[in-house]
Design a protein around this ligand. Structure first.
Ligand SMILES: [Zn+2]
Length: 296
């Protein structure tokens, strides 16, 4: 069993503190191999994948969660999408006029990359209402943005640590739930501070080279840490010919026909997984329901 590509929930006995830990390697590499962004941006892309995986596990729902940042900077879009089954995919898109060769992305903060960016968390449950949280990107890192979001919107003290390099990404999430097991304020604060400080000692090396369970035992050996079963995280794309066809539908029959005349066949690449879908005359007829129209 590989040490990575798993997420585990955990809690500390007799406290109101819970957490999650995730380390992702193969899934991360599968997700970025279809991306064309400059290499220096890989860790930022990794942060979004790890962040989405942690949020989906924290928020407990059946459906899709999307973590997306948009802006007017050199980076136009960073998006990670996951679901309750641990399927994960993402894209990072530069502005069409961004000069990636001239740009150095080293040590560039999110506001610099995205310029007046906005972060959205969207949850689309299989059943029930869609939820969307919107955060102005004012902090330098995704971890800080998300941490503020939880602390402000849910009013729950939260600590989020994200670790990404050129081939691995992951993170640690800690949250103090409302009073249940510990009611004494001072004791609550004490436990929270201890857990936070111990979590901060985590290194990327530990996170990526040890099993999640080992990492937690090492970090929190002085607290009673209860670790739940690991859930696999896998790269899986939900694209289909039908969905790609919708993109053609949006440009209209005449433009799609013109495109087809020009190229003999229309090819649409999936930005997430690189799969190519081809559309010919017959496909256009189906997409635009031409046959039906002719029959009537
Ligand atoms: Zn795809």
């Amino acid at each position: 069993m590989s040490t990575n590509d798993y997420i585990n929930r955990f809690l500390f006995d007799d406290t109101d503190i819970r957490g999650e830990i995730v380390a992702i390697e193969d899934t991360f590499q599968a997700a970025y191999q279809h991306q064309t962004f400059p290499k220096a941006l890989t860790p930022i892309f990794g942060d979004f994948l790890a962040g989405a995986a942690l949020l989906a596990e924290v928020l407990k729902f059946e459906g899709t969660l999307t973590l997306q940042a948009r802006g007017q900077g050199n980076v136009a879009l960073i998006m990670a999408e996951t679901n309750h089954e641990g399927h994960l995919r993402g894209i990072l898109r530069l502005q069409p006029d961004a000069d990636s060769s001239a740009m150095s992305f080293d040590d560039i903060s999110l506001p610099q990359l995205l310029g007046n960016g906005v972060l959205t968390i969207t949850i689309e449950p299989n059943k029930g209402k869609r939820y969307q949280g919107i955060i102005a990107i004012t902090n330098n890192t995704l971890a800080e943005c998300l941490q503020d979001y939880f602390s402000n919107s849910e009013q729950l003290p939260t600590q989020i640590q994200l670790y990404s390099d050129a081939g691995r990404c992951g993170g640690l999430f800690l949250q103090c739930l409302p009073k249940q097991l510990v009611t004494d304020e001072e004791k609550r604060e004490d436990l929270w501070q201890t857990a936070k400080q111990l979590a901060m000692t985590l290194s990327a090396k530990e996170l990526f080279e040890l099993e999640n369970e080992q990492v937690l035992l090492r970090l929190f050996h002085e607290m009673q840490c209860r670790v739940f079963d690991a859930k696999p995280i896998v790269f899986r794309c939900s694209c289909s010919k039908e969905r790609s066809g919708n993109a053609l539908k949006s440009i209209g029959y005449d433009d799609a026909q013109a495109l087809l005349q020009e190229r003999d066949i229309i090819s649409i690449d999936c930005e997430f997984c690189g799969k190519v879908y081809h559309f010919g005359e017959k496909d256009l007829d189906e997409i635009f329901e031409r046959k039906n129209n002719l029959l009537h």
